[in-house]
Design a protein around this ligand. Sequence first.
Ligand code: COA
Length: 220
Amino acid sequence: MGHPLWPIRDLVVRTPVLELRMPDDAELCALAALARAGLHTSGPYPFLQDWLTLDTPDYERGFYRYHHSVIAGLRPEAWNLELAVFVDGEPAGFQGAFARDFPTLRVADTGSWLGAGFQRRGLGTEMREAILHLLFEGLGAETAASASRIGNEGSIGVSRRLGYRENGRHRITFGDGPAEEIRWRLDRAEWEPRRRDDIELLHLTPCLPDFGLVGDQPAS
Ligand SMILES: CC(C)(COP(=O)(O)OP(=O)(O)OC[C@H]1O[C@@H](n2cnc3c(N)ncnc32)[C@H](O)[C@@H]1OP(=O)(O)O)[C@@H](O)C(=O)NCCC(=O)NCCS
């Protein structure tokens, strides 16, 4: 039986090589340790928040509390869906998607990270394709957006490989200070030719109200 109160806990996006879903408590602790062990390996500091301090001096506790606050704060009018990435059942990182007023705008942004040992194996591309499938196929998005700090070649590489177009550059504040970021945009018509038929969306229908999609049906 599905979760009686919070169906989004059961949501799974499955590709032939990885799975996206909410982590349980033990998995979240494992992900905190993975993040602590290192996820920013080369190039400029990639995140907007200062992940090294979060809201407590204790990194893993801060990480754990942050993810619980994200789950608790998920609202239909402004959602931030942080799904853990599992490779052969092992927690490998996070793939997020977030949106405001999604039923009207049909635009969602994405963000992600992988533990250092999981990077540069094509997984970043695969998990982005998985979340794009959820957004376009499952939730009826019209546009997916993303952003990369200039010099973050992994993030830039994933967006370029998946056909995103550059959508302006902005100077913003990262965790270590101000820098330029590239905004990326992928519209439905650009995604359609790349639509995959080997990505499964499991237990999506009961979650639709949590994305603000009352009365909608998954597009697939
Ligand atoms: C961003 C991230 C998730 C990408 O995942 P990944 O699994 O390493 O990326 P992939 O293996 O799918 O590579 C995608 C492309 O980027 C290139 N690339 C990846 N990392 C790179 C690096 N460090 N330097 C240069 N090119 C890189 C790959 O060669 C590939 O290019 P190709 O299409 O020409 O073959 C990962 O690098 C990461 O977790 N980085 C730290 C956190 C971060 O920066 N998050 C994004 C914040 S917006």
